[in-house]
Design a protein around this ligand. Structure first.
Ligand code: NAD
Ligand code: UD1
Length: 338
């Protein structure tokens, strides 16, 4: 099938492109490069031994999207394109709402005009906030997002749900990612954060590489076994494969509802300290870290109940945390020429 991957020059989109091509699909990438360069597109081309079509355009540009859909006639869209920095979204809410909502709505309108029936959307476990009961299932009530970024993901899920209910011509799957980490085993593609990383693993790898002096661990006085936050860290290749499974469910007409939601995690809770220690052991490096105060807005713990994705998508996270931490370090070293 022919698949448009929006935001395909980015971290998760480039890994998904590789898995789609590996599964026999044709991919066209569209990206405006607001948060990427061509490194991962070129890396994906090398991994696949293919010249993957790349179009530089903004998904909010209806004219550009029309031209793209006219040129390629897609069977499906995987919509990754969004701005994703939680802190920045607090200081630039209009940019985040404009980009994240407008890009989805423009893509949906274009799909309807061109008769493209299937979309997979990048959602996030951020829609759950701090749940009362863990692990979270897809039925766990969503909590009001704590940032414009989080709220934009909730709004996008609502836009999808309302659009699909109103018109009978679309099928959608929203995947709620937990914490994606790691890189392709080839070390040809991976996460390329701009400036100081916000997320834990890029901060760890940059500290190990000597780019950052010290890792700050945000709080060890939470009500968890070692006092640090618990998260569900999922390997980015496993996550990419969940997109292939979701698409193939739609292509096979196996969706039980026109709009479905799936948690994509491992089902395993890992603490910040545990992640840091595993990283040191697996990669044989020493990390300079210290415990500092809590970070505003952090939730104590969240991890996924993945039963629905396991059962309905026939998908389960395969990679071990150790392999994932090794891939993250290999990628950092490749980027730094180490
Ligand atoms: P990323 O920034 O690496 O990739 C997003 C890509 O979209 C970038 O290459 C960027 O240039 C592009 N883009 C943004 N706005 C665009 C627009 N209007 N038109 C065209 N291209 C545009 O981010 P990622 O980590 O790969 O995330 C992909 C998706 O997954 C995002 O929707 C993100 O919100 C979601 N998500 C990410 C995480 C995570 O931890 N990385 C967790 C949950 C959900
Ligand atoms: C954050 C976002 C979430 C988003 C996700 C993926 C918030 C509140 N949530 O989740 O909406 O979907 O990123 O982009 O920002 N940590 C440290 N030191 C660091 C960095 C992180 O101790 O330098 C800790 C954090 O306190 C947290 C854990 O590491 O406990 C993971 O943090 P992070 O990678 O930023 O992801 P989340 O906060 O889970």
């Amino acid at each position: 099938m022919k698949v448009l991957v929006t935001g395909g020059a980015g971290y998760i989109g480039s890994h998904t492109t590789v898995e789609l091509i590996g599964a026999g699909h044709e991919v066209v990438i569209v990206d405006n490069l607001v948060n990427a360069d061509m490194t991962c597109v070129e890396g994906a081309c090398r991994i696949c031994g293919a010249d993957i079509p790349f179009e530089q355009a903004d998904c909010c540009d209806a004219g550009a999207m029309d031209a793209l859909f006219e040129k390629y006639r897609f069977d499906a869209v995987i919509h990754f394109a969004a701005l994703k920095a939680v802190g920045e979204s607090v200081s630039k809410p209009l940019e985040y709402y404009r980009n994240n909502l407008d890009s989805l709505m423009t893509v949906l309108e274009t799909m309807r005009r061109h008769g493209t029936p299937n979309i997979v959307f990048s959602s996030s476990c951020t829609v759950y906030g701090q749940a009362d009961r863990l692990p979270v299932t897809e039925q766990t009530p969503r909590r009001e997002g704590s940032s414009p970024y989080g709220k934009s993901k909730q709004m996008c899920e609502n836009i999808l749900s309302d659009t699909i209910a109103a018109y009978g011509d679309l099928t959608a799957i929203a995947l709620r990612y937990f914490n994606p980490i790691g890189a392709h085993p080839s070390a040809l593609i991976g996460e390329l954060p701009r400036g100081t990383p916000n997320n834990l693993l890029p901060f760890i790898t940059q500290t190990a590489a000597g780019i950052r002096e010290q890792l700050s661990i945000f709080g060890d006085d939470y009500d968890t076994p070692d006092g640090t936050n618990l998260r569900d860290y999922i390997d980015v290749v496993d996550l990419a494969q969940a997109h292939v499974a979701a698409l193939e469910r739609m292509f096979g007409g196996r969706s039980s509802e026109p709009f479905e939601v799936f948690n994509v995690g491992t089902g395993r809770a890992v603490s910040v300290l545990e992640l840091v220690r595993r990283f040191e052991i697996v990669n044989g490096v020493k990390l300079n870290y210290r415990i500092v105060g809590r970070r505003a807005g952090d939730i104590v713990a969240v991890w996924a109940d993945t039963a629905r994705a396991n059962r309905e998508l026939g998908w389960t996270a395969q990679r071990s945390l150790d392999d994932t931490l090794a891939s993250a370090w290999r990628w950092e070293k490749a980027v730094r020429g180490m």
